[in-house]
Design a protein around this ligand. Structure first.
Ligand code: 1GP
Length: 231
C-alpha cells in the first residue's frame, strides 16, 4: 500500500450520498487499493461524510476528502483534495469557492495534506458537468488545459473526469504526453479489468466509483488488475 499520493495507482471513490454496507466497505478498505476518496456531487452532507470517515478509519487505508462544499468539510482525513474545474464557464468553480474556503479556514490549513486537482469534466451528461456549467472541450482544448495545469498553475493533479461513462483512451494518452510533473488521474465508467488496465496504461491513477455500488465483486477485482500489471 502506498502512502504518498504521488504513488497512487488505484483509487476507490465513495459517495457519501449513497448507502454502503459495512461488509462492502470493509472489503473496499482491505482490498489493497492505494487510497479511498470520499467525494460526490449532490447530497454531500457533513453527516454523510462523518459516517464514512468513522467507518473507513477502522482500517489503515489512506483516505482523502474531496471537498464538495463548505458544509461538509471536517478534520480527520489524511488528505484534502480541492477541485478546480478548468472547463467550467463560471469562475466560481475555478476560483471563487476555493478563495472563500481559504479566507475562512486559512489558519487551520496544512498545505502538506492538501492537493489541488485541475478538473476537466468530459461527460456532458454527468451531474458534475451540468452543475458546474462546463463547456465540452475538444481534444486540443483538453491538452491545453493539461498544459496549463502543469505550467501555469503548477497543480499536483490533472483529473480527466468522465464520471458515469467510459472515456477515450487515445485522449488520455495524448494528455499524458503533455505532463511531466502533474499527475494524471482518470475517472469514469470503469466496469471491468480490461478498462481499468487500458486507462492505467496512460493515467497515473485510475479512480473507480459507481462500480462499487453496481458490482462490488468486480470493483474489488480492479485493484489486482492494476497492481498485477505494474509488477
Ligand atoms: C467519479 O471519476 C469518478 O468522480 C469515478 O467515476 O463513478 O463513473 O466510476 P465512476
Amino acid at each position: 500500500m502506498n502512502y504518498s499520493l504521488h504513488e497512487w495507482n488505484h483509487i476507490f471513490k465513495l459517495d457519501p450520498a449513497k448507502e454502503i454496507s459495512d461488509e462492502d466497505l470493509d472489503a473496499i478498505c482491505e482490498s489493497g487499493t492505494d487510497a479511498v476518496i470520499v467525494g460526490g456531487t449532490d447530497g454531500v452532507t457533513l453527516d454523510g461524510v462523518l459516517d464514512l470517515l468513522s467507518r473507513i478509519r477502522r482500517h489503515t487505508v489512506p483516505c482523502a476528502l474531496e471537498i464538495a462544499n463548505m458544509e461538509s468539510i471536517t478534520p480527520g482525513f489524511d488528505y484534502y483534495l480541492i477541485p478546480m474545474v478548468m472547463n467550467s464557464t463560471e469562475k466560481k468553480w475555478m476560483m471563487d469557492l476555493q478563495h472563500q474556503a481559504i479566507k475562512e479556514y486559512r489558519e487551520l490549513l496544512d498545505w502538506d495534506e492538501m492537493f489541488v486537482e485541475g478538473y476537466c469534466i468530459l461527460n456532458e451528461d454527468s451531474k458534475a458537468f451540468q452543475k458546474t456549467k462546463c463547456d465540452m472541450p475538444d481534444a486540443e482544448d483538453v491538452e491545453a488545459y493539461a498544459h496549463m495545469a502543469e505550467h501555469v498553475f503548477h497543480l499536483p493533479i490533472f483529473y480527466m473526469e468522465y464520471s458515469g461513462t467510459y472515456g477515450a483512451p487515445e485522449l488520455v494518452k495524448r494528455v499524458k504526453s503533455q505532463l511531466q510533473h502533474t499527475k494524471l488521474f482518470y475517472g469514469g465508467g470503469i466496469e471491468n479489468n480490461f478498462q481499468v488496465r487500458e486507462m492505467k496504461e496512460y493515467a497515473d491513477a485510475v479512480i473507480v466509483g459507481n462500480l462499487i455500488y453496481d458490482n462490488i465483486k468486480q470493483a474489488l477485482k480492479t485493484v489486482k488488475a492494476v497492481h498485477s500489471n505494474k509488477e
